[in-house]
Design a protein around this ligand. Structure first.
Ligand SMILES: Cc1ncc(COP(=O)(O)O)c(C=O)c1O
Length: 387
């Protein structure tokens, strides 16, 4: 059978899942892995979220609802949530709800980009953006997040924003670096773009910051560009596999995005959308997760302070921490981050994510969401100091 796509699906594997699969295999054979792979919280869902999903399952009127663009009740509740949190007035119909934001990215890229158009992504990037650009045949350019300061490299943004740029993606707090864009940086991006491209603002880690407040695009005044904000219940509310995410889109995108869902989704599961509505009532749950992950961030920085050849990049938010292993890989003759992560997994049973997934091939990404996180860090430290 001929596959018409020009994408090399072997090269484009999400290596996070390759390592996660190794952990599955080990566990199926009776071993125990420490997973620092997915950004899936180790903590169970809040009981009230489960309760509201169970109630929905007990009610035919609820579990049989079909809305391709999302339940009106959830849209209303999201509009109220943004009004309360940011004092912004967003019409409920401008929320398009789907099975997580991953599919929304694919559809937004389809709507906003055609072959040959340019998309400007952060480097490092979350792999979804890169893959969605491949799907539509757009040319990818990058602006840098400085690996020493974790700040926006404004010059590289200016250099790579061209007349052909139709979409810019920003992600704060960021995956994988845990970097945070300041309000000034957000204004700088807006003024460089100056209304000439759509800015997709991925705020999936919006509630997860450890030091300084993470400003939202929602707080900016008098911006010149069109912002499309995406967020989901997968992270801070821990609903990773109960799929609910949404995009806040301008009027002209509501119908196109919803019509794609008419034909290709039919409906997002109403049961989990009732769970999402309940989640919005439990903001303090997020604080607990943030404190826990802040402690893990601090533990990682301490643990790697005196490890030669490995640089721990001090994340300020999100679920992830990045280790720069360039010097170690050079010394050991390890040529890819997949090879490094595989060696580590075989030696320590700690599953990490190869940095190649994010365009930074000499690094590893660690997710705070492993149940035995600190033990995993101890094992990694030992690996790097004794190997
Ligand atoms: C930065 C970022 N954006 C988007 C997503 C997509 O998540 P979901 O499809 O659950 O909304 C993820 C998932 O890890 C992510 O890290």
């Amino acid at each position: 059978m001929e596959i018409r796509s020009s994408i090399n699906f072997h090269d484009e594997r999400f290596l996070m899942f390759v390592l996660d699969q190794m952990a599955n295999e080990l566990e199926r054979n009776g071993g125990e892995a420490i997973r620092m792979t997915l950004g899936k919280s180790e903590m169970p869902l809040h009981p009230e979220i489960i309760n509201s999903m169970q109630q929905a399952l007990d009610s035919f009127e609820k579990y049989s609802l079909v809305y391709p663009g999302g339940l009106p009740e959830l849209k209303d509740k999201l509009a109220t949530h943004y009004q309360t949190k940011y004092d912004v007035s967003i019409k409920p119909e401008n929320f398009v709800i789907s099975v997580g934001t991953s599919t929304l990215f694919r559809n937004l890229f389809y709507l906003l980009l055609k072959e040959g158009d340019e998309v400007l992504l952060p480097l490092p990037y979350y792999s979804l953006y890169h893959f969605c650009a491949l799907l539509v045949g757009a040319k990818v350019r990058y602006y840098k997040i400085d690996m020493d300061t974790l700040r926006l490299d404004v010059e590289s943004f200016k250099e790579n924003f061209t007349d052909k740029t139709k979409v810019v993606v920003i992600n704060t707090p960021g995956n994988p670096l845990g970097n945070i864009l300041t309000k000034e940086e957000l204004y700088t991006i807006d003024s460089i773009v100056d209304g000439r491209a759509a800015i997709i603002n991925d705020e999936i880690y919006a509630n997860t910051y450890f030091d300084d407040e993470c400003e939202s695009v929602m707080q900016l005044k008098n911006t010149k560009s069109t912002f499309i904000t995406t967020d989901a219940f997968s992270k801070a509310y821990r609903m990773y596999s109960r799929r609910v995410g949404y995009a806040i889109v301008p009027d002209e995108l509501v119908q196109p995005l919803t019509v794609i869902q008419h034909h290709t989704l039919l409906t997002a599961d109403p049961v989990v959308q009732f769970g999402a509505m309940a989640a919005l009532d439990y903001q303090h749950e997020v604080d607990h997760l943030v404190q826990l992950y802040k402690g893990r961030r601090d533990y990682t920085i301490d643990a790697f302070q005196n490890v030669e050849d490995v640089r721990a990049l001090p994340a300020r938010g999100s679920f992830y921490f990045t280790l720069d292993c360039e010097a170690f890989m050079k010394r050991k003759g390890i040529s890819t981050s997949l090879e490094l992560a595989t060696q580590i997994f075989e030696a320590t049973h700690v599953a990490t994510v190869p940095g190649s997934d994010f365009g930074i091939p000499n690094t590893l990404r660690l997710s705070y969401s492993a149940a035995k996180y600190n033990e995993g860090i101890n094992r990694l430290r030992e690996f790097f100091t004794t190997t």
